[in-house]
Design a protein. Structure first.
Length: 252
C-alpha cells in the first residue's frame, strides 16, 4: 500500500497530508491544515516532517509527491511546486500535479451529505482582483474519476456560467461575492467550506498513481490561467469606488 505526500499552498491555508489506501478501501491519512496567511513557505516543511513522524516513515518510503498546481495565488503555487520538486529530487520520487479546483470538488463529494449521483460540482474560488476561478466537474461512477466539463476560467462573478443539469457549488466565492455570484441561486447546495485541501489531493493522487500518471520532478509546473498578477492603483481605486457606490445604493 503506497504512501503519497501532498502539499497545497494555493490559498491562505498551508495544507500538508500523508496518506495511503488501507486494505478495506478507506484512506489512512495524517495531515496539517493551518491558516498561515503569507507564512506558508515557512510552515510547509515543518508540517511535512510532522506527518512523516506521525506515520513512522521516511520520505523515501513514499511512492510520489502530489502538489496543488493551481489555479491560485502565484506565490502560493510556486511555493507548493518548488517544495514538491525539492523533496522529490532529494528522495528520487515522481510528482503528481493536482488541479486545486478538482480537490475542492473531491472535498464536496466526500463531505456530509455526500454528493448525489449525477450531480456536477461547480467550483468557484476567489481569484482576487474582483474575479473568480471557476470550473465544473462531474464524477463518473463507471470509471471512479472526475471529468472536467468545459474550460477552466477566471471571470467576474456575474459571468460564471451555470452548468447543465443538477449541480452543487463548492469554494469560497459564494461567501466572498455574495449575490454577485448569481449562479449560486440555482445550485442544489452551496458548500463554501470545500476548499483546496491536501487530504483531498491524497485521494486524487492515489488514483493518479494507480493509473501511472506521474511526472518527473523537473517537469512539474504551476497552472496559471492569467498573466496579470495584480491590479494597477487606478484599477484598485475604481473597484473601491464601485463597491462604495454599490453599498450606498443598498443603503438607500
Amino acid at each position: 500500500m503506497s504512501w503519497i505526500l501532498a502539499v497545497e499552498t494555493s490559498t491562505e491555508w498551508c495544507s500538508v497530508a500523508l496518506g495511503r489506501a488501507a486494505s478495506n478501501g478507506a484512506i489512512e491519512c495524517f495531515s496539517r491544515h493551518e491558516h498561515t496567511g503569507a507564512r506558508s513557505s515557512s510552515r510547509v516543511l515543518p508540517a511535512v516532517g510532522e506527518v512523516l513522524a506521525e506515520a513512522g516513515i521516511r520520505l523515501a518510503d513514499c511512492a510520489a509527491i502530489a502538489f496543488g498546481a493551481g489555479p491560485g495565488s502565484f506565490t502560493g503555487l510556486r511555493t507548493a511546486c518548488g517544495v514538491a520538486q525539492g523533496l522529490a529530487f532529494g528522495a528520487g520520487l515522481p510528482v503528481i500535479s493536482v488541479n486545486v479546483l478538482m480537490a475542492c470538488a473531491e472535498s464536496a463529494r466526500t463531505g456530509t451529505p455526500p454528493l448525489p449521483s449525477g450531480t456536477s460540482v461547480l467550483v468557484t474560488l476567489d481569484a482576487r482582483m474582483d474575479e473568480a476561478y471557476a470550473a465544473t466537474f462531474r464524477w463518473d461512477d463507471g470509471t471512479g474519476e472526475w471529468r472536467m466539463q468545459g474550460a477552466l476560467q477566471v471571470a467576474a462573478p456575474e459571468a460564471v456560467a451555470q452548468p447543465e443539469g443538477a449541480f452543487w457549488i463548492a469554494g469560497n466565492a459564494s461567501e466572498v461575492f455574495g449575490e454577485r455570484l448569481a449562479v449560486a441561486a440555482h445550485a442544489g447546495r452551496v458548500v463554501p467550506e470545500a476548499m483546496p485541501n491536501a487530504r483531498a489531493m491524497v485521494t486524487i493522487g492515489l488514483r493518479a498513481l494507480a493509473r501511472g500518471e506521474t511526472i518527473d520532478a523537473a517537469d512539474a509546473m504551476p497552472i496559471y490561467v492569467r498573466n496579470k498578477v495584480a491590479q494597477t492603483i487606478a484599477e484598485r481605486e475604481a473597484a473601491a469606488a464601485a463597491k462604495a457606490a454599490a453599498s450606498m445604493g443598498d443603503a438607500a
